[in-house]
Write a protein that binds this ligand. Structure first.
Ligand code: FRU
Length: 466
């Protein structure tokens, strides 16, 4: 149970900064490994963005809660580590969780992971999975770790994979949702109710009509007007045609009916179709916006990231604002992202002519108006749209990432956010999204298309990290 202190972490931070693939306007671990966004909230005007962090191991390891804070999503403060895996409740990792604000205090919930030495599968034996609460007055200093639930407190038919608490207020009650895997290898969620944020009673299980994967990770409940929605990350879902092409899924169910009694789940709707999107977390900010940030990465995949040569791996996606229309969740980068823009430029692309004169850190809007096209960017990535099928593919710059597809009946527009080693592409004003890492060596736009199109281009400034 030895972990690095904040001083030792500071020493490690220098190594990563020399990598050409460090991102300009995405949050990365200062050193080492980052996965899920955790505890996202706005508390007394300041946004707190915590994350699963392993400062001493760019391939994972015992997880801490790293921490950035910001007032404007342009300048960020690299804060001291918020939670260490430093006690018998969480010695194998302070796993994912969330926060809720009540009476000027931040209530933080997470899973304390403990792994026992010896021969175990860590699914049925060898693990503690404690639901832990800590309270903070400022988001920086945290009180005593209080264990709210331990192995014996969860239903008997579940494995030792119960984790990732998230809390919402709905009506007069608070609800905690936990991701779970049953002994029959069926993914589901547990729903607990509380009136005081400390005592929780199990009131229901959220499960699909037909089994959908063996484990649901990182559940998030969110409500748009009267529509309750469950975001989650099912593992163990087979690819079906162009659906579920990733190893693990990210997406959501619409929930109708009474959450505590007879609810009905819609079909699972995929959220981001790219290679690198997982474990997103949602929160509502003080303006009432529903904001989601994803882990721009994916566990257990064969494709890789050359950034590990510089002892760091993975990043956050851009923060995106969600809206609910036509029974679907739409997503676009939050409006603050516009403050990164330099001057507006109009670029005319025509018939295979390659445009290379601009930088590759940009936002590019293309009015497609339902035309078929093939577009190449950064020399190696191809976006192809024919017969209502969008295909995104990469060569060597994908480091094992090959192709992904989205069926889009009418494609009216596309916006590409390109950073040094990432692409986030939004279709139809955020109806669909595709996020990926990309590792090419071009520092120019390098774009061409087989049609004529007038695009809007903004070179983008960098985040400031202080
Ligand atoms: C999802 C996840 C969570 C867990 C965390 C551990 O990526 O596996 O279920 O809490 O990562 O880092």
């Amino acid at each position: 149970m030895t972990c690095l202190n904040n001083e030792q972490i500071k020493k490690l931070e220098k190594q990563a900064s020399n990598d050409e693939y460090r991102l300009n306007y995405h949050l990365m671990p200062p050193t080492g490994w980052l996965n899920d966004p955790n505890g996202l909230c706005q508390f007394e005007g300041i946004y707190h963005l915590y994350y699963q962090y392993a400062p001493d191991d760019c391939f994972g390891g015992d997880k801490y809660w790293g921490h950035y804070s910001t007032k404007d999503f342009i300048t960020f403060k690299n804060e001291p580590v918020a939670l260490f895996p430093d006690c018998s409740l969480d010695a194998g990792g302070a796993y994912s969780g969330s926060t809720i604000i009540k009476d000027n205090k931040m209530y933080v919930y997470y899973t304390g992971n403990v792994k026992y030495p010896g021969k175990h599968d860590y699914i049925h034996t060898g693990r503690d999975h404690n639901t832990i609460m800590v309270i903070s007055d400022d988001g920086i200093n945290f009180g005593e770790k209080v264990c709210l639930m331990k192995n014996d407190d969860y239903p008997d038919d579940l494995t030792l994979h119960v984790r990732d608490p998230q809390i919402i207020k709905n009506g007069d009650h608070y609800y905690m949702i936990l991701g779970a895997r049953t002994n029959q290898d069926v993914g589901c969620c547990l729903l607990y109710r509380s009136d005081d944020l400390v005592n929780y009673k199990l009131v229901n299980r959220i499960i699909s009509n037909e089994p959908f994967g063996y484990m649901w990770e990182c559940p998030n409940l969110v409500k748009f007007d009267e529509q309750m929605i469950l975001f989650c990350c099912p593992q163990g879902v087979e690819t079906a045609g162009y659906d579920y092409e990733n190893l693990y899924q990210n997406g959501y169910y619409l929930i109708n009916g009474d959450l505590e009694k007879d609810y009905r789940l819609s079909e699972f709707i995929e959220f981001d179709h790219g290679f690198d999107y997982y474990a997103p977390q949602l929160f509502i900010d003080e303006q009432g916006r529903t904001i989601i940030i994803g882990w721009m990465g994916m566990p257990d995949v064969p494709y890789t990231n050359p950034t590990t040569k510089y002892n760091w791996q993975h990043a956050f996606t851009l923060p995106r604002e969600l809206t609910f229309k036509n029974n679907k969740v739409y997503q676009l980068p939050i409006s603050e992202t516009k403050s990164l823009r330099k001057a507006k430029e109009i670029i005319n692309l025509s018939n295979h002519e390659k445009i290379s004169c601009k930088g590759n850190i940009y936002e590019l809007y293309l009015p497609i108006n339902n035309r078929d096209f093939t577009l190449t960017l950064r020399n190696d990535a191809v976006i192809d749209y024919h017969s209502n099928l969008l295909t995104f593919s990469m060569g060597a710059s994908g480091y094992g990432r090959d192709s992904r597809h989205i069926v889009i009946d009418d494609l009216s527009n596309m916006t590409i956010y390109s950073d040094t080693s990432s692409l986030e592409i939004f279709f139809n004003d955020g109806e669909y999204a595709l996020t990926t890492r990309i590792y090419d060596h071009s520092s120019n736009l390098e774009i061409s298309i087989d049609t004529e199109i007038q695009c809007t281009y903004y070179e983008l400034n960098s985040y400031q990290i202080v």
